[in-house]
Design a binder for this molecule. Sequence first.
Ligand code: UTP
Length: 270
Amino acid sequence: MRVRTAVIPCAGKGTRFQPITRTVPKELLPIVAKPALQLVVEECAGAGIDHVVLVSSHAKPAIAAFALDVTEHMPGMRMSVAYQDEPLGLGHAVGCARAAVGDEPFAVLLPDELMGDSSLLAQMIDVCERTGGSVVGLKQVPREEVPAYGVIDPSGEMNADGVVAVRTMVEKPSLAEAPSDLIIIGRYVLTNDVFDLIDQVQPGAKGEIQLTDALRVQAASGPFHGVLSRIQRHDTGNPLGWLTAVVDIALDDPTLSAPFESWLRERLAP
Ligand code: UTP
């Protein structure tokens, strides 16, 4: 079955970006002249997605206004908004999109991770359509960084295209217990049975319903793969990552790069 819908969770509180997130959602912070969320919707379009479901909260009306703006300015992209008024975790946020998604497999993109292009998502969609199982995006990190992330336990060798079968995954393992150096990044392509599994997930210590708990059940019972990302990626979920993304993208912008670089050189000169 073709993957045509993407869910983008946008209902979090954005505490690491206060005070701006008291009035402007983190997902709409500007990357030069575009909201970060727009870059993520463009990534979806480039991978053949034509329906995006934004999971928002009524405390963030600017997200629904953004959806309307995309409808007006991006022909061929259908936008839906689903609501999660309490940020009860990523699994819960995805579960809130169920009615809007319907019965098909779908992608999930975390909007505080920006990818250089649509190639990873397109490859993940292809693997999902060929294998009939869910797929997660992966990044290889230095071993000592692994305990901060969700980590996969591969069940075989990675092929030349960066695709690897996944046995299971562990959230924030100790260094000694980490099954690999492959962490799960904010890109997923999921089969529709994940919704029933999310309904069965027990809330964790902070009352949060984690997506990984549902994915672990999927991995134990059918095909489940990871795809290694080889593209530029920015984590804009914290101020330093956001700033790095803005500078990097400005340096690639044909109208900004020359004057910006010359200012930057002068600013950094000893
Ligand atoms: P984050 O954990 O990075 O976002 O979730 P946050 O909670 O808003 O940030 P901090 O930790 O308070 O600074 C990644 C994405 O998932 C969404 C967030 O809006 C963000 O885009 N999210 C997270 C939800 O939609 N619902 C949730 O319950 C949790």
